[in-house]
Design a protein around this ligand. Sequence first.
Ligand SMILES: [Zn+2]
Length: 316
Amino acid sequence: MSRIPVVGGGGIDPSNMGLTLFHEHLRITTEVIRWNWPHLYNEDEELRSAINAVNAAKRFGVKTIIDLTVAGIGRDVKFDEKVARATGINIIMGTGFYTYTEIPFYFRNRGLESLVNAFVHDITVGIQGTNTKAAFVKAVIDSPGLTRDVEMAIRAAARAHVKTGVPIITHSFAGNKSSLELIRIFKEEGVDLSRTVIGHVGDSDDILFIEQILREGVFVGLDRFGLDLYLPLEKRVRTTIELIRRGWVDQILLSHDYCPTIDWYPPEVIRNTVPSWSMTLIFEEVIPRLRSEGVTQEQINKILVDNPRRLFSSRP
Ligand SMILES: [Zn+2]
C-alpha cells in the first residue's frame, strides 16, 4: 500500500491515519491582501489559534487532520509545518486552485496543461519549494456555477488525479446542485469516482438528492458541522442518521470545515454568527447524538477511521 505524504516530509501508511478529520483548515488568508498589507495580520496569534484548535481535536483522539487550504486561500506549508511540529499530529496538505469565478491570468493565458503541471509538481516534487508533497487535489465550484475558469480548474484537478492517483476532495455549493457538474466532468476525464469526495453536500438535507450523488459511488462530505448559517446542527445530525439508516455508512465522511483564522470577515462577526463552530463539535455534540439514536460505535469508526483510509488507499 502506498504511503501518504504528511507535512514535514515523509509519509504514513493509510492504516496509520487513525481518527481523521478529512476537511479542516489551519488558516484561511487572502494572498493578495497579505502580500500587500502584511500589517493587517498577526502571524503569532494565527499560529496560536491553529495549534489550540488542533490540540483540542487531539484530546478527542484525532490522529490526522487534512488541511483543505490550497492556492487562492493562502496555503502555506511553512505555517502547517509549525503546527505539525507543535502538536505532533499528522497534517496532510493538498494542491488545487480555489476560485468561484476566475483563475489568474498566469494560468488562463497558458492553458489547462499549465495548471495540471503545477498540481502534479506539488504531488510529485513538493509544495512551495519544500519536500512536503501534496496528498490530494481539490476542486471547487460554488454559487456562480461552472464558469470557464472554474471548469478549467476542475478539469486540471481531474487530470492531476488521473496522472498521479491521488484522491480528489471537492467544495460544492448545495444551492445549485453544482455537485452534479463535478461528477459529470470527472466522468469525462476518466476519474475513479470511488476516490473522490463531493464536499459540503451536508449543507442540504434533501435526502433524495444526496442519495442521487451517493449512487455515483463517491464519498459525500457532511463536513460543516457548526456552520449553522448554512444548515443548523440538528438538521445536519438528522441527515447523517437517516443516511446511515439507509445503508450509506461506507460513503459518508464527517468534518467541520473549521478555520481557526479566516480573514474574509472581522473575527467578531465569525464569533457572533457561528459561535459553536470548532474542530471538536463532532465529538462533543454530534457523536453523542448519533449514539443515542442507535448508531453503533462500529459505524462511527467506519466513518471517521475506515472511510478516510479507503479514500487515500490507492488500488493496484
Ligand atoms: Zn473548506
